[in-house]
Design a binder for this molecule. Structure first.
Ligand code: HPA
Length: 270
C-alpha cells in the first residue's frame, strides 16, 4: 500500500510547485472556499494514479492546490463516502496522500442532522469530538507502522487550540456557533425516530455519514484536525420533518459564506 501511495504522491508532486501545509476536505458547506484559493492548480482524481475514482456521474472530483490565508493548501473537491461502496481504506487513501505531501493540519466540513434540541437548521457546529457508529474503522488490519501506532490515541481527536481560534474569529464576526459531538453512521438511510433518540441518548449532538474515517486516518498520522458541521436538518422530537437531499444542500448553501470566513481565518492564524 505504501508503494502505491508513494507513486500517487510522486505524480502529484510533479504537478504542483511546493508542498501544501494545510489539507482541506471540502464537504457540504465549504464548496465556496474554492473561489478563495489563488494560483489554483486543479488535478482531476481520474488522472491521479491509484486514486479512488468517483462513482457518481457528473461528480468531477479533483484536488486543488494553491494559496489561501497565506498558506499553501491542498483541497479535495469531492470526497469519498463509505455509503457509496468505497472501502474504509479507499476513504482513508487521500488523507494519507495529503500527509505525505506535507500537510500539518487537516480541515473537514460536512452536513449533519442535529439531535441536540437547542439546534436549528442552518446552525454551524464545531465538532469537538466524535462517536464512531460506522461499525468499521480505516485502521483495521495490519498496522502501517510508517503512518502511526497500532493503537492510536484519540483523546484530542479535534484540536483544542484550533477550536479556540475559530471561536474567537466567530465572536469577532458575530457568527453564531454551536459546539458538539458528531456521531458518524454509514447511511445511506437517514435515521429512524428511534435511532435519532438513541444517538442523542449516547451523547451526540449531530449525526452524519462522513468525516469519522478521515479524522481517524489523520489522527493515526499525528495530523491535528479541525472539523465543522452545517446542521441541515433536525432529528429532534417535535421538530422532525421529512427531509430530502435537496434540503440538506440548501441549508448548507446558506451557511457557506460564514463557514468560509471561519476556515479562512483559521488558516491565516495557524
Ligand atoms: N442523518 C445522517 N446524515 C445526515 C443527516 C441526518 O439527519 N443530515 C445530513 N447528513
Amino acid at each position: 500500500m505504501l508503494k502505491k501511495i508513494k507513486e500517487t504522491v510522486n505524480y502529484i508532486q510533479r504537478e504542483i510547485p511546493g508542498a501544501p501545509e494545510v489539507g482541506i476536505v471540502l464537504g457540504t458547506g465549504l464548496g465556496g472556499l474554492v473561489k478563495e484559493i489563488s494560483n489554483a492548480i486543479k488535478i482531476p482524481y481520474a488522472e491521479i494514479p491509484h486514486f479512488p475514482v468517483s462513482t457518481v456521474k457528473g461528480h468531477q472530483g479533483q484536488l486543488i492546490f494553491g494559496d489561501l490565508g497565506g498558506k499553501k493548501v491542498i483541497a479535495m473537491q469531492g470526497r469519498f463516502h463509505y455509503y457509496e461502496g468505497y472501502t474504509m481504506k479507499e476513504v482513508a487513501y487521500p488523507i494519507r496522500v495529503m500527509k505525505l505531501l506535507g500537510i500539518r493540519t487537516l480541515i473537514v466540513s460536512n452536513a449533519a442532522g442535529g439531535v441536540n434540541p437547542d439546534f436549528e437548521v442552518g446552525d454551524i457546529m464545531i465538532i469537538k469530538d466524535h462517536i464512531n457508529l460506522m461499525g468499521n474503522n480505516p485502521l483495521l488490519g495490519p498496522n502501517e507502522e510508517e503512518f502511526g501506532p497500532r493503537f492510536p490515541d484519540m483523546s484530542e481527536a479535534y484540536n483544542h487550540s484550533y477550536i479556540n481560534i475559530v471561536k474567537k474569529i466567530a465572536r469577532h464576526h458575530s457568527i453564531h456557533l454551536q459546539e458538539g459531538v458528531y456521531a458518524g453512521v454509514t447511511g445511506p438511510t437517514f435515521e429512524t425516530l428511534a435511532e435519532y433518540k438513541y444517538i442523542r441518548t449516547i451523547g451526540a449532538d449531530a449525526v452524519g455519514m462522513s468525516t469519522v474515517p478521515e479524522v481517524i486516518t489523520a489522527r493515526h498520522m499525528g495530523v491535528p484536525v479541525f472539523a465543522v458541521s452545517v446542521i441541515s436538518d433536525l432529528g429532534v422530537e417535535g421538530k422532525i420533518v421529512e427531509i430530502t437531499h435537496e434540503e440538506v444542500i440548501q441549508a448548507a448553501a446558506a451557511a457557506e459564506p460564514l463557514m468560509t470566513t471561519l476556515v479562512k481565518g483559521l488558516i491565516e492564524q495557524i
